[in-house]
Structure formats: C-alpha cells, structure tokens
Design a protein around this ligand. Structure first.
Ligand code: PXP
Length: 247
C-alpha cells in the first residue's frame, strides 16, 4: 500500500501445511510447522492457515494448539464440513474456520465448496461455529450462485478459489480474474469479506492482489517451495512486497 492509498492493507495468511508434509515424510518432528509459524510472525505475516485433513497427511491434531500457543497471529483453520472437524474447531476456537471440500483421493483441495448443494449440511456447522465466536469462511468458486448461498448461510467471509486462475493462460486467465474481481465487489456490497487463495505464486499474485475489495490472500505451497531455496523469511517478504506493490 502506498502512503496515500486509502485501500486497507491486503493481509497475507501463510499456509504452513507443507512444512508438516516434509516433517511427516520421515515421521519425526523436523521441520516443525510451529517454527514456520514463528518466522511468519516475525516477518510480518498476518495470519497462519492450517488444514487439518481427515487423513492427517500434514497438520496433525497436536499441531493446532502448539501453533496457537506459539504466536499471536490469528489462526485460520481449514476444515471439511464433518462432525469430527466441527468438534475440533469448537475445542480450539481459531480466529476463523474456513470450510473446504475434501476428497480423500485428491492431492490438494480441488475446486470450491458446493455451498448451494450442501446448504442443509452446512447450516448446523456454520451456526455452531458462529455461536462460538469463530468467524466462518467458505472456500467457494467465484460464482454468483455460490456467493448467494454463502450469504444465506450467514458466512462472514468467502475465500475465492484461485486455482483455475492460476492454471489458465491468456484470455482464459483474464476471464478468471474478472470473475474473481466481480464476485469480490459483490461480496463486499453484501457485507461479506472476500479472501482468495490457491495456486498463487510470485508470477501470478499481483493481478489478484490488485483487486481492491480483497482483504486477505492465503498462500502456502509455493511459499514453502521457495523457502527450500531462499529460506522462509525472504520468501514471505518477497510475496509481501509483490502484494503491496500491486495495490
Ligand atoms: N486456501 C485454501 C482454502 C486452501 O485449501 C489452500 C490449500 O490448502 C490454500 C488457500 C493455499 O493454496 P496453495 O497451497 O496452493 O497456496
């Protein structure tokens, strides 16, 4: 953000799942995602995102409290809409819970949550989270029908899935970008805070970061990958600079 800009700072939430992926490859306790969370805090990241998957392939139950105890940064817990995950979220009371679709076979979260089709399943989960004071975020495609469903459910936040944008090239990418920008504007108009994430890199982050209504980006895999070469601190700093320059 430039000094004269009236736009609020775009927050950067760092997803530290893949530090745990590397840890789990050897079954020990190194590298520790808690150390990553502490570095993110030191370097001015705005939040920690972690996805506790049903199969615990990266973040594990015991990591959540350790992450919460290690920094003052808000925790954004990504979770599937299951009774098990709801119980865990209610026990840990993260700042936000981001409800994501989850297929056991997928390599990563493929596509957004079907907030339209899953309405009845989501109502009690969203209600229980909100009653506990947890901000509810729904990870959806940037589509009007999904946004309207999120509004009906009373979500505080929608996170738009940027996977299609990240993979597209040329006109297709421009069309994806427009879709995300239009839906971000519509979200704000309706009192919902728009976030975005998935597949963002140094190369593709700036057009997304330039969307003025977006309040937060959540970025993981690329940053942890870059951290292998440069260290996590320079990687987060570089992403932060690119985001700020885009505004
Ligand atoms: N936001 C959500 C809801 C996600 O599920 C993920 C991936 O776990 C991300 C953001 C981060 O995506 P990536 O790791 O591709 O940066």
């Amino acid at each position: 953000m430039t000094e004269n800009s009236l736009q609020p700072r775009l927050r950067l939430g760092v997803n530290i799942d893949h530090v745990a992926t590397i840890r789990n490859a050897r079954g020990g306790d190194h590298p520790d995602p808690v150390r990553a969370a502490q570095i993110v805090a030191q370097v001015g990241g705005d939040g920690i995102t972690a996805h506790l998957r049903e199969d615990r392939r990266h973040i594990r139950d015991e990591d959540l409290k350790r992450i919460q105890d290690a920094t003052d940064l808000p925790l954004n817990l990504e979770m599937a809409a299951t009774d098990e995950m709801l119980e865990i979220a209610l026990r840990h009371v993260p700042n936000a819970a981001c409800i994501v679709p989850e297929n056991r076979e997928e390599r990563t979260t493929e596509g957004g949550l079907d907030a339209v089709g899953q309405h009845n399943r989501l109502v009690p989960i969203v209600t229980a989270l909100k009653d506990k004071g947890i901000r509810v975020s729904l990870f959806i495609e940037a589509e009007a029908a999904q946004l309207e469903a999120a509004m009906r459910l009373g979500a505080d936040i929608v996170e738009f899935h940027t996977g299609e944008y990240a993979h597209a090239i040329g006109d297709a990418r421009a069309a994806e970008l427009k879709r995300i920008a239009d839906m971000s504007a519509l979200a704000v108009k309706n009192g919902i805070e728009p976030h975005a994430g998935h597949g963002l890199t140094y190369e593709n982050v700036q057009p997304i970061a330039a969307i003025p209504q977006l309040a937060e980006l959540n970025i993981g895999h690329y940053l942890i990958g870059e951290a292998v070469f440069t260290g996590l601190e320079p990687a987060v700093r570089r992403m932060r600079e690119l985001m700020d320059d885009a505004r």
